[in-house]
Design a protein around this ligand. Structure first.
Ligand SMILES: NC(=O)c1ccc[n+]([C@@H]2O[C@H](COP(=O)([O-])OP(=O)(O)OC[C@H]3O[C@@H](n4cnc5c(N)ncnc54)[C@H](O)[C@@H]3O)[C@@H](O)[C@H]2O)c1
Ligand SMILES: [Zn+2]
Ligand SMILES: [Zn+2]
Length: 380
């Protein structure tokens, strides 16, 4: 089968790889209809992870079940499904408590709980930017979707970024009437803004420097904060008459940079500690890593990121972090889409064939104007 393969920094190719197949009785094989490129893929693309060359990329997957193993009883061939990026066993302590992103059984990597498709450190599972995908523990992981092609682009956001944006607001403790600051207007930040508005936030400020992304934030009713037009903290403090916001979401990650493009991994954490009012909450869904050989400081290379923890303590802030447990949210978010209350596809900019993936990675990585979210349609 054809698949998108990581071949080294800034090099992905589309080539033949071994077919995905049922390997365990609890597996299913999915024929992909839509598989997205994610900002998380860019950490690998840019050579800022330990991902192995030859890895098939792709963790934002949906499609139709082609085949199931003999122990799969809930899901059957022909079902249209969304595949959460987390690979969970469904029965360990963390899975049973709703933390499928920290499954204790699916990732053999020493010291890492939680597995994913086609991702550095997340276990030996090929990704879904391919014609077919093997899904372990299919009954536990797959989410059924209505048959047909309706809402394809909206449902494509259920495997990762819509639940992840929602998780950012949940970690931050957003409730109706809150003012919320979202740092990063990439796909995850835009989904966090969409989530906060659905939950009844009074005002949502979205910070970035990419004007096409900020325009999308405004289209859904958020207020754009262009960090090249002045410090984002000052801009939000002015807009809130010096009070700050109730909640903040970090949707940038360890490659955060200033207006000139210089990386400062602590920058957004510092901004959030300053802009969230005392006793408020911060949800960090942007990725930080335990080792980053490409970092500009020795501390950051060891995953040590000094930020204003003293100020955070003094303000009594609560801070939540980590990979999103997609299965905790995807069912409800699917139903919000079907009911017409959520439309996460508003950020989709491109539909491309699998063969166009190398070009898509290059444009999305450059944050080229108008490349806000790329969907690959392998069958098309
Ligand atoms: N926790 C999870 O489960 C999870 C899931 C998916 C993605 N992620 C992570 O979320 C992060 C965002 O993902 P994405 O797909 O939106 O990526 P992206 O790279 O497309 O978007 C990040 C955005 O942050 C902006 N940015 C950079 N520095 C900034 C700053 N100082 N202030 C404000 N904005 C700044 C960039 O211009 C960019 O638009 C990534 O780190 C990704 O790995 C986490
Ligand atoms: Zn993703
Ligand atoms: Zn588990």
């Amino acid at each position: 089968m054809r698949a998108v393969v990581y071949e080294g920094p800034r090099k992905v190719t589309v080539r033949d790889v071994p077919d995905a197949r049922v390997e365990q009785p609890t597996d299913a094989v999915i024929r992909l209809t839509t598989t997205n490129v994610c900002g998380s893929d860019l950490h690998m693309y840019e050579g800022r992870t330990s991902v192995e060359e030859g890895t098939v990329l792709g963790h934002e997957n949906m499609g139709v079940v082609e085949e199931v193993g003999p122990a799969v009883t809930r899901i059957k061939a022909g079902d249209r499904v969304s595949v959460p990026f987390n690979i969970a066993c469904g029965t360990c302590r963390n899975c049973l408590h709703g933390w499928t992103s920290y499954c204790l059984r699916t990732n053999p990597t020493e010291g890492v709980d939680g597995a994913a498709y086609g991702y550095a450190n997340m276990g030996p599972y090929p990704g879904g930017q391919a014609e077919y995908l093997r899904v372990p523990y299919a009954d536990a992981n797959l989410l059924e979707l209505p048959q047909g092609r309706d809402h394809e682009d909206d449902f494509a956001m259920l495997s990762d970024i819509f639940p992840t944006g929602w998780h950012g607001t949940a970690l931050a403790g957003v409730t109706a009437g809150d003012d919320v600051a979202v740092f990063g207007a990439g796909p995850v930040g835009l989904m966090a803004a969409h989530a906060a508005l659905i939950q009844g936030a009074a005002r949502v400020f979205v910070v970035d420097k990419e004007l096409d992304r900020l325009r999308l934030a405004e289209e859904i009713g958020a207020q754009a904060v262009d960090l090249t037009a002045g410090g984002p903290v000052e801009q939000i403090m002015d807009a809130t008459l010096g009070r700050g916001v109730d909640c903040g979401v970090e949707a940038v990650g360890y490659q955060a940079h200033d207006a000139s493009g210089q990386e400062h991994p602590e920058l957004v954490l510092d901004n959030l500690v300053e802009v969230v009012r005392s006793t408020g909450g911060i949800g960090v869904v942007g990725v930080y890593v335990p080792e980053d050989p490409g970092a500009t400081t020795e501390l950051a290379q060891q995953g040590r990121i000094p930020f204003q923890f003293g100020a955070a303590f003094t303000k009594g802030l609560h801070i939540g972090t980590g990979q999103a447990p997609v299965a905790r949210y995807n069912r409800q978010l699917r139903d919000l889409i079907v009911a017409g209350r959520a439309r996460p596809s508003f950020l989709v900019s491109h539909h491309l064939g699998l063969d166009e993936a190398p070009d898509a990675y290059a444009h999305f990585d450059a944050r080229d104007d108008g490349w806000t979210k790329v969907l690959l349609n392998p069958g098309a």
